[in-house]
Design a protein around this ligand. Sequence first.
Ligand SMILES: C[S@@+](CC[C@H](N)C(=O)[O-])C[C@H]1O[C@@H](n2cnc3c(N)ncnc32)[C@H](O)[C@@H]1O
Length: 182
Amino acid sequence: MVRALFWTLVYHLEPEKWGELARFEPIHPSLVEALPSGLDTAVDVGAGSGRLTAHLAARCRRVTAIEPSWGLLALLARRLPQVSPVAGWAEALPVGDHWAQLTASCAAFGPDPAVLAELRRVTAPGGLIALISPESPDWFEAHGWQRMTAPAIPAPDHPAWIDEFFGPLDPPHELLTLRVES
Ligand SMILES: C[S@@+](CC[C@H](N)C(=O)[O-])C[C@H]1O[C@@H](n2cnc3c(N)ncnc32)[C@H](O)[C@@H]1O
């Protein structure tokens, strides 16, 4: 509870601090390579300051980034002007049914039934839902999701205050995917 509150306060009150942390916790390159490319539409749910969104923007023509923190959304919009930033929550995504060929998220959710229903709703038939380092990865694997685990790599050199404020860094290195039925 206290941990969840800490992170929520960071996202909403200290978005730049999160942006700095994310900069030094890059997504493992093999997970990025495993994502589809050349797509028309992708959505990033809980996009933060755009760590995953930047990769989606390089692989997909139209990317919508959904994020409830205005501060993080403003950082993302400055960094990625080609992306459509939208304020919103995963439990009621501001995206039309079946809009996204790729529905992705990084380090934002676990197996919450309301969120999973929304991820399916916005994903096109035959499209892919891709969650990077979700909470409870074992649950996803046990429910038929494909799991890819890359070797953990140490965080790049970074300022000492980041460890002092957030604790040890842990760059995302797991990918869980589910193909939505055509
Ligand atoms: C650990 S950060 C990850 C941010 C970004 N995906 C990244 O990888 O850098 C978690 C993000 O999920 C967002 N978030 C938390 N609860 C959410 C919800 N219910 N709906 C949408 N986003 C949410 C937070 O505001 C935060 O930006």
